[in-house]
Design a protein around this ligand. Structure first.
Ligand SMILES: [Zn+2]
Length: 312
């Protein structure tokens, strides 16, 4: 099989059912993957063992097959599905590289509770960590998380002289319960799975700075993937659409007799990508998205010229 120019990933967390927000993401992802000539892999982001369930994973796979996204992909193993990776299979690798970060001084234990951090950084961004345990060391008696030592955050200090720009957080890599975090797993996976194109919702854009910094630490010679952030669907309360904000489940639409092409059309209309609801096949998506991608497509052309692509 001819090698694709890029490699991207569909990376659901099996913490609930597939809903309209996920369908919109799949529309963007499949459309951009087609336009960029990208191979697709599936990554089940089940790093949070307390919240993830196999029944949710099975439901997501079933719904994606019904929607037609999986069979539309090139299938490396003849199973009808793209290659599937699970974060729960990678724990030993996460641990090995976490120890490497600790040994090289690029990670450190932190015993601060949320309320302690909140008290110290009063009036400033609630999500900013102030580097307290980097300066004074963690309390060895208390349970600790492991934080990334983000060199971009070195201007942040406990005396409050801190630039609160995004990308500067010392994000947790493993929480105090021993769970590897979203930030750590996603950066580690993108490197180990050779991802070169990332398509994700705009709500994740503020995390890119920390993730780039972490990727530079784990693999200094690797180029960071090309990223595209798409608009997301929001519930009536203005929050990102989720099962808690009343997103209709894909399974429910299927039971009500909706055609998968109509589900795509409904979601694309809600997102402002279609002036009126109509059936949309997967093969129509790239042409519908292309006019909205202007500058990004130019960047893709430039980026792919810089990367060696092996034809045939
Ligand atoms: Zn701390």
């Amino acid at each position: 099989m001819r090698q694709k120019r890029f490699r991207t990933r569909f990376a659901p967390s099996p913490t609930g059912f597939l809903h309209e927000g996920h369908v919109l993401h799949a529309v963007w992802l499949w459309g951009i993957a087609a336009l960029c000539d990208a191979e697709m892999i599936v990554r089940i982001e089940d790093h949070d063992r307390q919240r993830c369930r196999k029944v949710w994973e099975d439901g997501i796979i079933r719904d994606m097959i019904w929607l037609g996204f999986f069979p539309a992909l090139p299938c490396p193993d003849m199973s009808g599905l793209p290659r599937i990776y699970r974060q729960s299979d990678a724990s030993a690798n996460y641990e090995r590289d976490l120890q490497g970060l600790l040994l090289s001084g690029n990670a450190y234990p932190c015993s601060c509770s949320r309320s302690q951090i909140r008290q110290r950084i009063e009036g400033r961004s609630a999500w900013l960590y102030d580097g307290y345990c980097l300066k004074y060391q963690a309390d060895p008696v208390l349970p600790c998380c492991i934080r990334f030592r983000n060199r971009a955050a070195d201007l942040c200090s406990v005396d409050g002289s801190c630039d609160e720009g995004v990308g500067r957080r010392d994000v947790a890599l493993r929480d105090r319960n021993g769970n590897f975090t979203y930030h750590y797993c996603v950066v580690h996976d993108d490197l180990s799975q050779d991802i070169s194109l990332i398509v994700r919702g705009e709500d994740l854009e503020p995390s890119e700075g920390e993730q780039r910094a972490l990727a530079r630490c784990l693999a200094p010679d690797r180029a960071y993937p090309l990223c595209y952030y798409h608009s997301i669907l929001k519930g009536e309360n203005g929050e990102k659409l989720s099962k808690t904000t009343g997103a209709p489940a894909v399974a429910l639409l299927r039971e009500r007799g909706y055609h998968p092409d109509l589900v795509r059309g409904l979601v694309m209309h809600k997102a402002g990508l279609l002036p009126a609801v109509r059936r949309i096949t997967i093969s129509e998506i790239p042409a519908l998205l292309h006019p909205r991608l202007g500058a990004f497509i130019s960047t893709v052309s430039l980026f792919s010229e810089l990367r060696p692509s092996s034809g045939v």
